[in-house]
Design a protein around this ligand. Structure first.
Ligand SMILES: NC(=O)c1ccc[n+]([C@@H]2O[C@H](COP(=O)([O-])OP(=O)(O)OC[C@H]3O[C@@H](n4cnc5c(N)ncnc54)[C@H](O)[C@@H]3O)[C@@H](O)[C@H]2O)c1
Length: 266
């Protein structure tokens, strides 16, 4: 039975909930996050080793993986969970695109680069990527997020297709709205993300935990996502037309909000 894991983006939200779930099962966990203070609190709560730092850079990932192997001896499961959005469309700057792609895609590539050779030597290992429903569908209002999450799913698929026969299990968690600080900070997109029922971070962690018992590639905590994905594949134009109708509704709402009289201009 595997019992060691690394979780990135574990200071709060989904990553923290996954780390707590694993610790409750008696796993030894290494947690990583940019936010050193919140990470320390989370690590203390579950008796995990905290490795503060940026898990998207080559140096940050190398340090994290080396520290985890030094401390745990081996890493059975690596949860590549840290992620960010930009809340920007065409106006997103090159710097925003780069930051989101580094965090949501290249972090996974860099982790795999350090982990897969070790796992091949050891006879196996498991990478669990927190992608998003945005990686299977799209996320209106956030172009870098949508593209990066498609990239995260694509890289995970490539890894699975390439190494599955050599004992490497890859899984992609693709939730819709989850009640975390990311959702709270989604501004005008919050309404869109809460059209369907949202889940708690604990519920997503439970889905992740259950998924460890098998090797299904997709982990879909919101079951509707599977239906939307099937609809998209069966009739892409009808699906795109539906997404565009949703965008038009959003545009109308934004217009109404911006023209609604305020106390100052009423
Ligand atoms: N909340 C949602 O609705 C939702 C839906 C689908 C997918 N997701 C994905 O779930 C994952 C976790 O998101 P969350 O909702 O828990 O968000 P969150 O903002 O609550 O937590 C994300 C954590 O990642 C950390 N982080 C960000 N960039 C980092 C970096 N470069 N290095 C180290 N740590 C970094 C942050 O400091 C934060 O603690 C993300 O990949 C996100 O895209 C979230």
């Amino acid at each position: 039975m595997p019992d060691t894991a690394v979780v990135t983006g574990a200071a709060r939200g989904i990553g923290r909930a996954i780390a707590v779930r694993l610790a409750r099962e008696g796993w030894q966990v290494v947690v990583a996050d940019l936010d050193a203070r919140e990470l320390e609190t989370a690590a203390e709560e579950i008796g995990a080793l905290a490795v503060p730092g940026d898990t998207s850079t080559e140096a940050g990932v190398r340090h994290l993986v080396d520290t985890a192997y030094d401390s745990l001896g081996h890493v059975d499961v690596f949860f590549a969970n840290a992620g960010i959005g930009s809340l920007a469309g065409l106006e997103a700057t090159d710097a925003q695109w780069a930051r989101v792609l580094e965090t949501n895609v290249l972090a996974h590539v860099r982790a795999a680069r350090h982990l897969v050779p070790r796992w091949l030597d050891a006879g196996g290992g498991r990478l669990v990527v927190t992608a998003s429903a945005a990686g299977l569908l799209t996320m209106l209002g956030d172009a870098p997020y949508s593209v990066s999450k498609h990239g995260a799913v694509a890289f995970a698929e490539w890894l699975s297709a390439t190494y599955r026969h050599r004992g490497i299990v890859v899984q992609a968690i693709c939730p819709q709205g989850v009640q975390t600080r990311m959702l709270d900070g989604a501004g005008p997109l919050r309404e869109l993300l809460t059209l369907d029922a949202t889940l708690t971070a604990d519920e997503v962690a439970e889905a992740a935990w259950q998924a460890l018992a098998g090797d299904d590639f997709y982990v879909l905590p919101h079951p509707d996502v599977g239906d939307y994905y099937a609809h998209r594949a069966a009739d892409p134009d009808a699906w795109l037309a539906g997404m565009n109708r949703l965008q038009q509704k959003l545009d109308q709402q934004t217009q109404q909000t911006s023209t609604a009289p305020t106390q100052e201009n009423a």
